[in-house]
Design a protein around this ligand. Structure first.
Ligand code: ADP
Length: 441
């Protein structure tokens, strides 16, 4: 059992030892020799203890100290206590570092720790995936040797980290990363790279959108302005030309109105929080109304229009949006099919889904355009589309409406043969009475 150290006890022990040595010296009448021998023994004993102590501290694998008494026991216990304390602290520290690393691994951004010599000290999993770093091979390697983009190297060495920079990912140039550097501690740097591809794309889309809208509005406005500039000299304008000018001005202002209305429809659909599952839309009635509008629109081209409508097939949805989707597809077929074509419109229950399709035998669309048709302002043939009054927003509206109704537009087209635009609504959107009728059939 270990007793606490007492100076008094240790001094008393030494005193007792010398008392015995002196007594023995006096007995043999050689007190000086006895003291010298006693001191040498004591010195030898202390040297032996120092040797044991040194061997235990530096060479022994055992944590527990060797047996000792008195003063030496106290030293051994003291060192043993410090060792245990350090061990506990090291364990706690290891746990803390582990927890920190686990937390950093879970970060949604690629993170790299760099020391004062620009060498990598640590990086998380995302940094390995997105920045192409290898762990542990890249431990200690210079970050500017691994991320070689000139903009990054300039940014890294500038020392001015107030604003982040955006550069493509070293492992995939399609992805854009925002690099941020945060200095901390002893000249260490925390490099954080965030994937901003989507944001950059959105920003580009916004710029394109503004550019497209401005471009679309500029042409009719230029035409209108041109004619309006002539009006002060209206008496000098031949009546036939004036008539033509008025017809053109009207057509251009209608085009602008059409564009603005379609933009409003699009933004309304995008902002709409209306719930799709609440109201029943009587699709057959809507298609009947569109049919009479289509007949009027068809008077010039004289297509053969056929409708195959299930009169009972109603769905849950948003009426204004669905009306817009149906009419856009039907009117497009009429507008883009050369005169005297065949257009078939179907609204039927198929494989438990409500399916709508518009099939024409027009010129068709080549495959390279198909994926882009639903982009805003995308037109296969700009000049022809403008002649029909098209803004290039129709199919974009259809796409948004369908997304809102958990559906998507399918386009099948073959150049020279025609196109089929179709979509279907899932069973959950079909009004139940129709489902039952269909089952009975
Ligand atoms: P627009 O308002 O110009 O008609 P849309 O978004 O409705 O724009 O259509 C985009 C383009 O898709 C049109 O410019 C046209 O070239 C093409 N398109 C749409 N429907 C058809 C169709 N039935 N046949 C051939 N081309 C079509």
């Amino acid at each position: 059992m270990y007793y606490p150290f007492s100076w008094l006890k240790s001094l008393l022990r030494i005193a007792a030892f010398y008392a015995i040595v002196v007594a023995a010296g006096l007995y043999f009448d050689e007190p000086t020799l006895a003291i010298a021998l006693g001191s040498s023994w004591l010195l030898g004993f202390y040297c032996w203890q120092l040797y044991r102590f040194n061997r235990w501290v530096w060479h022994s694998k055992k944590m527990t100290p060797p047996k000792a008494n008195g003063f030496w026991e106290h030293i051994y216990e003291g060192v043993y206590y410090i060792q245990r304390r350090n061990r506990r602290k090291r364990k706690e520290l290891t746990k803390l570092v582990k927890r920190f690393r686990e937390g950093s691994e879970a970060l949604p951004d690629a993170t790299v720790v760099v020391d004062a010599n620009a060498s990598i000290v640590w990086c998380n999993r995302l940094a390995r995936i997105e920045l192409g770093l290898k762990w542990p091979q890249d431990n200690g390697r210079r970050i500017d040797n691994l991320i070689r983009h000139p903009n990054f190297i300039e940014f890294f060495h500038s020392g001015d980290y107030d604003f982040p920079i955006e550069i493509p990912s070293p492992s995939n140039i399609q992805k854009i990363f925002e690099y941020r550097i945060v200095p901390y501690g002893d000249k260490h740097l925390l490099l954080i790279a965030r994937d901003v591809t989507r944001l950059t794309q959105l920003e580009q889309m916004r710029k394109d959108f503004v550019a497209n809208v401005s471009h679309e509005l500029r042409t009719p406005l230029t035409v209108l302005n041109g004619y309006l500039e002539m009006l002060p000299n209206v008496d000098e304008i031949p009546p036939a030309f004036l008539n033509k000018a008025l017809v053109e001005m009207r057509s251009q202002s209608e085009r602008m109105q059409n564009l603005v209305e379609e933009l409003l429809v699009l933004s309304r659909i995008e902002a709409s929080s209306e719930r799709v599952f609440e109201k029943v839309v009587k699709v057959p009635r809507i298609l009947e109304a569109i049919r009479s509008e289509a007949t009027t629109l068809n008077s010039d081209k004289q297509h053969q229009l056929t409708f195959d409508i299930n009169p009972k097939l109603e769905v849950y949805g948003i009426e204004t949006e669905l009306r817009s989707a149906f009419s856009n597809l039907i009117f497009n077929a009429i507008n883009y099919t050369p005169a005297k074509g065949k257009i078939h419109i179907a609204w039927q229950l198929k494989n438990g889904k409500a399916q709508f399709s518009v099939t024409d035998n027009g010129e068709g669309i080549s495959e390279k355009h198909l994926n882009r048709l639903t982009e805003r302002f995308y037109r296969v043939d700009k000049a022809r589309s403008r002649k029909t009054g098209g803004s290039g927003l129709g199919l974009s509206i259809v796409k948004h409406v369908l997304t809102h109704h958990n559906s998507k537009l399918d386009i099948a087209s073959e150049v020279g043969k025609g196109s089929c635009f179709s979509f279907s609504f899932s069973n959950e959107l079909i009004v139940s009475s129709v489902k039952h009728t269909a089952l009975k059939l």
